[in-house]
Write a protein that binds this ligand. Structure first.
Ligand code: NAP
Length: 482
């Protein structure tokens, strides 16, 4: 198969926080891959900006190392071509140092121009103001902002208002890297590009939907940040809700940014408030040689959750009566993320009770490998009569697509969408605010009750209460790491 790279226009991408962890692990290696695929037209530049006093060769060495760490030893010609596109400016977002230097590097608006705010949100306002003050933006300039986008609806609204004082909504790209995953977009292709699924995609045929994002790592070095956030703010309000939206939304009339985002917003607004007994918070405890959550964050009395499981409902005609079960956690059994669409049983089994219960299931796998897998019921082979079993119809991208399965990392794809000016996979202001409006009362409820998360053993499936949450309904979680 021939890989199809869609060309983009020549661009200048300025990365504020260009020496940070995200730039080193994701943004810069991702851009290198785009360069290797010929998606950085001649004349395009990547300008990193941070307070560290680095000269250009120091920054180039930093990038070579980042690429090696992320992707292994690169081809000598390719990496030398890539480092030629780099530039660096020492700048303080909160001061005046470096801004004239940056302006000198960007004398004319003759290319696509984007500023990636890969810094903490407390710097967004200062950056936006200084970009304007120094004449670095025009009406076509784009800004990319990282999560966390607020910590509740009020702060998200304030952040949106700040950004919108300086930029039009069409210039603001709020990144959620889950939306850049190949499989997440494939979810839309599977739903809206096939006749097979959409007629069945409703509460008449779907028993329930599970969305699981399990990580095997703990909070590690991010403890200080994470302890002020927790799984609800860090994962559910953004990544899991976005996955839920794409799974539950109505077909947009066209695959176009506002049409898709309008449909996602309708899903968020149709979510009913979660009953307190439909939610389980957890916190990882000991295993033989690992530290506990509280040790990780350095607070022996921390009440922040590293795990959430909840049941919710999308109250509209399509989904009335079909529960959505969401769960996410750290230090679980495996790194394993999946959306499971579990269909109902056939209304009548012609094979009798001994055939047992069988459900078709569509599994959309996001991590560690991406792929889609449909479980169908067939006859168990052999002479043992009409016994039934479930087998997968597999579509692992790696196997099915061969060399084309080397799909771009989510960040690569999303950065290229910024350059193309396509906001479909970025969150709009009203979506973010609506998502907070749904999670805020849940978090406020815990705070008011001084709720203490349930302990769960490291590298397990999570707290046993989370099992009870779904077992009470006569269902089971799919096994993590299966
Ligand atoms: P980080 O490792 O702490 O890096 C922060 C960067 O910002 C550094 O390059 C730092 O360089 C620069 N910086 C700090 N203060 C500055 C100032 N006053 N003026 C100019 N530059 C300044 O943070 P990160 O992990 O890369 O995260 C960056 C953003 O992405 C955060 O909003 C984070 O929440 C978000 N994010 C990160 C990840 C991840 O995996 N790391 C994932 C999702 C979202 P100097 O100190 O040299 O100035």
């Amino acid at each position: 198969m021939v890989s199809r790279i869609i060309p983009v226009e020549t661009f200048d991408l300025v990365i504020f926080g260009g020496t940070g962890d995200l730039a080193r692990r994701k943004i810069l290696p991702g851009l290198f891959k785009r360069f290797c695929d010929g998606q950085m037209p001649v004349g395009s530049r990547i300008i990193a900006a941070a307070r560290s006093e680095l000269d250009l060769s120091g920054f180039q060495d930093f990038v070579v190392e980042a690429v090696e760490d992320a992707l292994g030893t690169p081809d000598a010609d390719q990496i030398s071509g890539f480092v030629d596109t780099l530039d660096y400016v020492t700048i303080d977002a909160l001061g005046e140092e470096g801004w004239a230097d940056l302006a000198a590097k960007l004398p004319a608006f003759d290319k696509v121009r984007a500023f990636y705010f890969s810094v903490g949100p407390s710097l967004f306002e200062a950056l936006a103001e200084r970009l304007h003050k120094h004449g670095l933006v025009d009406t076509e300039t784009r800004i990319v902002v990282e999560k966390p986008f607020g910590r509740d609806q009020e702060s998200a609204k304030a952040l949106n208002a700040t950004l919108r004082r300086h930029f039009d909504e069409s210039q603001i790209y709020r990144i959620d890297h889950y939306l850049g995953k190949e499989t997440v977009q494939n979810l839309m292709a599977v739903r809206f590009g096939n006749m097979l699924f959409e007629p069945l995609w409703n509460s008449q045929y779907i028993d329930h939907i599970q969305i699981s994002v399990a990580e095997d790592v703990g909070v590690g070095g991010r403890g200080a940040y994470y302890d002020k956030s927790g799984a609800m703010r860090d994962m559910v309000q953004n990544h899991l809700m976005q996955l839920l939206c794409l799974t539950a939304m109505e077909p947009p009339s066209f695959f176009e940014p506002d049409a898709v985002r309008d449909e996602k917003l309708k899903v968020i607004r149709a979510l009913t408030p979660v009953e307190p007994h439909h939610i389980v918070r957890g916190q990882y405890t000991d295993s033989s040689d690992e530290v506990t959550y509280r040790e990780d964050v350095g607070d022996p009395r921390s009440r922040t959750e590293s795990y959430i499981a909840l049941k919710c409902h999308v109250s509209n005609w399509r989904w009335a009566g079909t529960p959505f079960y969401l769960r996410t956690g750290k230090r679980l059994k495996a790194r394993d993320s999946e959306i499971n669409v579990v269909f109902k049983q056939t209304p009548h089994s012609i094979f009798g009770p001994e055939a047992g219960e069988h459900h078709n299931e569509l599994r959309i796998q996001l991590q560690p490998d991406e792929g889609i897998n449909l479980r169908v019921t067939i006859k168990e082979p052999g002479p043992g009569g009409m016994r039934l079993m479930d087998v997968p119809l597999d579509m692992s991208f790696a196997e099915a697509l061969g060399e084309d399965a080397d799909t771009p990392d989510a960040y690569e794809r999303l950065i290229m969408d910024v350059i193309r000016g396509n906001q479909t996979l970025f969150m709009r202001d009203d979506e973010v605010e609506a998502a907070w409006a749904w999670t805020d009362p849940i978090i406020q409820g815990w705070e008011a009750r001084h709720d203490v998360p349930k302990p769960y053993e490291s590298f397990s499936n999570g707290p046993t209460d989370a099992d009870l949450l779904i077992e009470r309904d006569g269902r089971n979680w799919r096994e993590i790491g299966r």
